[in-house]
Design a protein around this ligand. Structure first.
Ligand code: S3P
Length: 170
């Protein structure tokens, strides 16, 4: 079985994915970490040294590679993963469960403002501009996230509760 977690930056995909995999006895893969391991570089350095287009090509290849594995996997994607090329189609075809971790704009702004530094797409956005940036960005990305098999409201839930809620969907 493959379970793929989707959602905007800082929506809890990696934390929840790790917990879920542990509880289900499945392998956990974080796509960003998988890319960093392959390139022996941080996402931040890949963006600054090679640019976003290079990163998106890599992300596309690595997504296919991970979803072609035979093992049962919980996969946490990057916030942009489903929104480029045919990645969302690949996710829908190659996984039994895709789950969108849905969080409101104010919640995302609050979380992202505290951890902007390692996120190349937002690190140069000022705190004043962040709500408008995230609002517009989410507007563009939501049509992709909403194609997920399951949509989970995560606004009033901690990682443990979100994990329990996902287990009920499987
Ligand atoms: C990105 C999200 C990041 C990472 C990269 C691009 C995006 O992952 O893949 O910085 O386009 O939203 P997280 O969602 O884990 O922050």
């Amino acid at each position: 079985m493959k379970v793929v977690l989707l959602g905007y930056m800082a929506s809890g995909k990696s934390t929840v994915g790790r917990l879920l995999a542990r509880q289900l006895g499945m392998e956990f893969i974080d796509l960003d970490e998988y890319i960093e391991h392959d390139q022996k570089k941080s996402i931040k350095d890949i963006f600054s040294e090679k640019g976003e287009i290079f990163f998106r090509k890599l992300e596309h290849q690595m997504l296919k590679e991970v979803l072609e594995k035979d093992e049962s996997i919980v996969l946490s994607t990057g916030g942009g993963t489903p929104c480029y090329g045919n990645n969302m189609d690949t996710i829908l075809k190659q996984s039994e469960h895709s789950v969108y971790l849905n969080l409101s704009i104010p919640k995302l702004v609050d979380r992202i403002s505290k951890e902007k530094e390692d996120r190349p797409l937002v690190r140069n956005i000022s705190d004043e501009e962040l709500p408008e940036f995230i609002g517009k960005h989410l507007f563009e990305r939501r049509p992709y996230y909403l194609q997920a098999k399951h949509i989970l409201d995560c606004n009033d839930a901690n990682a443990e509760t979100v994990t329990e809620n996902i287990k009920e969907l499987l």
